[in-house]
Design a protein around this ligand. Structure first.
Ligand code: F3S
Length: 643
């Protein structure tokens, strides 16, 4: 039996376990990436492990999230990352060089290699056939230290793309269609592998838009083959030596198959407040809009901005709309600046932001009260824009740019002008890696610079056999990591300062959570379905750890967040009978006994002392996870190992 692409890469990298769906396997990681927001912590953890240099083929530290310098904090963090990268053998992409996933795709991606990134949109690199997975900062630090990364061997879903997209329908609409069918939790435990005749009609940046937003399916990752179109991209990036062909065998088998006829797709949007709330533009109608934002790691390629400039050329942004654009990298910015496209964009009345995440992370450009914002981004969770009352729609660059001109949401096919997208691809990008700093040869001489905002990494204590505590919060379904640990512009500078951040844990849904946790010396969290969905933010586990949270009992968890909780030594367990969730109230006193025995049996009994009833939770952890939980988290267990 032949192999699919995922099986080929996994079998080349497996060092522990077997490739049996649902079992845990350890794979070796070739490359890593971090961004600044999660990077500061990852590097503090790497440092704490006591190794001299990273053991990966190449590791890169990007700065793209916390770019505003309204105080010393961000600048200090950037300097810390730059110096620690220099010391540990890590490449440093300077602030202003671009968004990690865009720059990684352009300058560092390699087909067939594994990539672990401390950002949930790391799967973007699947656009060039990398097996690229988002993880917590600690997992990335461990990969840099040469440790295996443990994954649940995923099911592989083949997405068969047939035909060709119609004019004004874009690859964003392909992933929106898949989100409509599969929902934000449909991809858990799966990799989406793209194939079919339609693939050859998609360029690498178009493929990367799809693999980027595959993260919103909850998928482990998404991947395209590496073919002639991929080769063209590598030639244009002057990196042919990094390219190799990679495709599924003819007789490869898959766990599921999805068929998509590209010709039938229409321009779509993800309506507020979830990436799977999909409507066609015509269905949603011409609603009045206030803001349009084009950029983010989903849609900020050269090709995207060339399309946008063609739409805006000779036209003006509507009076009621603020249009902001943020190219994904310096390469993209420089190219559109030199070929005149940026001039057309500026002349339309657009506001130009720097090459970074910007509004996607709520770092500026929050919409006004009750405003409607159309964004080419990947997430529109409640409050993420920085304005709770705002309604954010996610769309393609074509929908966004045409809507900016009309002042309302538009199906771009209904525009009263014709746009010609011919000749927008390029055969050679501008290559200038001068903003990527190579690490020092002699690392012993490098001094790591630490500002006062860099606080020590919080460590858990060894797990006890019994726990007694209160339910500090009971949440609903689909709680995101943004709910647990908001990451608005005011808080982002404090990513390396957990004590300060702890004041804001759950603050968007429960202002008193953190004081209640402190008063009660920690306790438990009770949650509904899909707890911890959204970004890979490790802080959503580290801050509860700092506040003394010992266990989270949920109907179900999002994959990365569950791993982050376990890494922090917090018991993440699912209700055996989801109805028990209803019986528990906030501030109920819970008693968990015989935990060690329960971990062996994958099942733990809990007593609700206020309601006087017992219930069971699933304690399904592999051997390594159990060791970690017993030691009080992964870093404690690695420290023990190094000792
Ligand atoms: Fe940045 Fe938003 Fe992507 S925060 S990495 S542009 S999801």
């Amino acid at each position: 039996m032949g192999k699919n692409i995922v099986e080929k890469i996994l079998s080349n990298h497996i060092i522990e376990g077997e490739l049996k769906v649902g079992t845990t396997a350890g794979i070796i990681i070739d490359r890593t990436l971090t961004q600044d927001s999660t990077g500061t912590m990852a590097y503090l953890q790497l440092e704490a492990m006591g190794i001299d240099k990273v053991k990966t083929k190449k590791s890169v530290a990007f700065v793209d999230h916390n770019m505003l310098q309204q105080g010393f904090e961000n600048a200090d963090d950037h300097k810390f990352i730059q110096t620690i990268a220099n010391k540990y053998g890590i490449y440093f992409s300077r602030p202003g060089n671009g968004i990690c996933h865009q720059v990684n795709l352009e300058r560092f991606s390699v087909p067939g290699d594994t990539l672990l990134g401390s950002d949930s949109h790391t799967p973007t690199a699947g656009g060039v056939a990398m097996l690229a997975i988002g993880a917590g900062g600690l997992d990335v630090a461990l990969a840099m230290a040469g440790e295996a990364y443990y994954i649940k061997v995923p099911k592989v879903v083949k997405v068969n793309l047939n035909g060709k997209l119609s004019p004004m329908v874009s690859s964003k609409d392909i992933i929106l269609e898949i989100l409509k069918r599969e929902t934000v939790k449909g991809g858990v435990g799966k990799v989406y592998e793209y194939g079919g005749e339609g693939v050859k009609n998609l360029s690498v940046p178009q493929r990367a838009t799809i693999t980027n937003m595959g993260a919103e399916l909850g998928a482990t990752t998404s991947i395209f083959p590496s073919d002639e179109r991929t080769k063209e991209f590598f030639i244009a990036q002057n990196r042919l030596e990094d390219w190799k062909e990679l495709s599924a065998d003819e007789d490869a088998s898959y766990d599921e198959i999805i068929e998509i006829n590209l010709e039938e797709l229409e321009p779509m949007v993800a309506a507020p407040h979830s990436p799977d709330n999909i409507k066609t533009c015509r269905e949603e109608g011409r609603i009045k809009i206030d803001q349009v934002a084009i950029g983010s790691c989903t849609n900020s390629s050269y090709e995207d901005f060339m399309k946008v400039s063609r739409i805006l050329k000779g036209r003006k942004v509507a009076d009621n709309v603020s249009l902001v654009i943020a190219p994904g990298s310096r390469q993209v910015m420089e190219m559109i600046a030199r070929n005149g496209a940026l001039g057309d964009i500026i002349s339309s009345g657009a506001r130009i932001l720097e090459n970074s995440c910007g509004p996607c992370i709520g770092m500026g450009q929050s919409p006004g009260t009750d405003a409607v914002s159309i964004r080419t981004f990947n997430r529109n969770f409640y409050g993420r824009s920085g304005t709770n009352s705002a309604k954010v729609y996610l769309s393609s660059p074509e929908v966004a740019a045409v809507s900016a001109i009309y002042g309302c949401l538009m199906d771009p096919r209904d525009a009263e002008f014709d746009i010609d997208f011919k000749d927008i691809s390029t055969e050679s990008f501008i290559i200038d890696d001068s903003m990527i700093i190579s690490p020092a040869e002699d690392s012993f001489k490098v001094e790591v610079v630490r500002g006062p905002n860099i606080k020590p990494f919080p460590l858990n204590t060894k797990l006890s056999d019994s726990l007694l505590g209160k339910v500090i919060i009971k949440t609903e379904d689909n709680i995101t990591t943004d709910h647990i640990m908001p990451s608005n512009a005011k808080l982002l500078p404090y990513r390396s300062n957990i004590p300060y951040l702890s004041n804001f844990c759950f603050s968007t849904i429960d202002e008193d959570f953190s004081s209640r946790a402190l008063e009660n010396k920690g306790g438990f969290i009770v949650a509904g379905e899909n707890y911890g969905q959204g970004s890979s933010r490790e802080h959503a586990a580290l801050v509860p750890l700092y506040l003394g949270i010992k266990a989270v009992l949920a109907k179900s968890f999002a994959r990365i967040h569950k791993a982050n909780l376990i890494n922090s030594g917090i018991l993440a367990m699912e209700f055996e009978n989801p109805d028990d969730y209803e019986k528990i109230d906030q501030m109920d006193q819970l008693k968990i006994e015989n935990i060690f025995e329960g971990l062996k049996n994958s099942r733990i009994k809990i007593k609700d002392l206020d309601k006087d009833f017992d219930f069971y939770v699933k304690a399904q952890f592999n051997k390594k996870e159990i060791d970690m939980l017993l030691a009080g988290g992964k870093l404690n267990s690695i420290k023990e190992k190094v000792k």
